[in-house]
Design a protein around this ligand. Structure first.
Ligand SMILES: [Fe+2]
Length: 305
């Protein structure tokens, strides 16, 4: 790699190591730790220092214990090998570096194997607040501490089971158009459920609702807004609502759902799978997310195996 390439480091949107891997069609990569620049470490330091007091106020206790259990560093980008050494004995989960977007089925199938596809790049210093794409702060500070909790880890594995069920069910549909239309609706339902729980979920806590969703836990501004703002609608999780609720992206979530516990969430994912089997997810309400050709094909290809 050239001098200039190394100087760019592992900054989101301009990381030669990651772009080259993507260009070669490699999804799973390594974390070339020596490529992180001082600016990359500084991004992590600032993000961590700023959000830490808000975690104390608004994060669920499992998350706070997870931060300690992983010994998540405050002063530099974490090495995934160090994180995994602590994480794996707890729940069998591992953070696995990827080069970019992971198509739907492949993503859920990773969860089933207790692997979490993890971005290794970090946002630049001048974009601390909002980044449309995930970065290592979102993935490792927002998601991975939750993976230390057994009941939550089991929820993620259950999502993987759902994806397998969705793929298997397409085998029985002879008409191709009908098959694709139904599958798109099922993927939409699953994605919405994942979004309103794993990404943006709230849980009942001793001090009122607290956050367990990673989109909240990795966002300094939204974490406080989600818990404190009178404008946010917060309702107990209802499966029939969540699967039909269009997602809103690019701004703070105006609607959030609260679970009682991770056992409660686990039961709801099982219900989701049951509804899938009964065909109840085949006609969910239109709206976001759009399901891409790549996502659709990832399920259809899995069905052929
Ligand atoms: Fe995420």
């Amino acid at each position: 790699m050239s001098q200039t390439a190394t100087a760019l480091g592992l900054t989101t949107g301009r990381a030669p190591f990651v772009e080259e891997a993507r260009h070669r069609g490699e999804l799973y990569i390594r974390q070339p730790y020596e490529d992180y620049t001082e600016e990359n470490h500084e991004s992590w330091r600032r993000l961590y220092a700023r959000i830490r007091p808000r975690w104390e106020l608004y994060a669920n206790d499992h998350f706070l214990r997870g931060i300690e259990a992983l010994d998540l560093p405050s002063d530099r980008v974490p090495r995934l090998a160090d994180i995994n050494r602590r994480l794996q004995p707890l729940t069998g989960f591992q953070a696995r570096p990827v080069s970019g977007y992971v198509p739907g089925f492949i993503f859920f199938d990773c969860l089933r194997r207790r692997e979490f596809p993890t971005t290794i790049t970090i946002r630049p210093l001048d974009r601390m607040d909002y980044l449309p794409e995930p970065d290592i702060f979102h993935d490792v500070a927002g998601h991975v501490p939750m993976h230390t909790e057994r009941a939550f880890a089991d929820v993620l594995v259950r999502f993987g089971d759902c994806a397998h069920t969705a793929a298997e069910m397409t085998r029985n549909v002879a008409n191709r158009q009908e098959r694709d239309r139904g599958l798109i609706s099922v993927i939409k339902a699953m994605s919405r459920f994942f979004w309103f729980t794993v990404e943006f979920g709230l849980m009942k806590g001793p001090r009122g609702a607290c956050a367990y969703g990673s989109g909240l836990l990795s966002s300094y501004g939204e974490l406080e807004h989600a818990i404190e703002s009178p404008e946010v609608q917060r309702y107990p999780l209802q499966l029939e609502w969540v699967i039909n609720q269009g997602m809103e992206i690019d701004h703070y979530q105006p609607l959030l759902f609260i679970v009682d516990s991770f056992d409660h969430l686990f039961d709801q994912v099982s219900r989701l799978e049951q509804w899938m089997r009964e065909g109840k997810l085949n006609n969910v309400a239109p709206g976001l997310p759009e399901i891409s050709e790549r996502d659709l094909n990832s399920f259809l290809e899995a069905a052929l195996e």
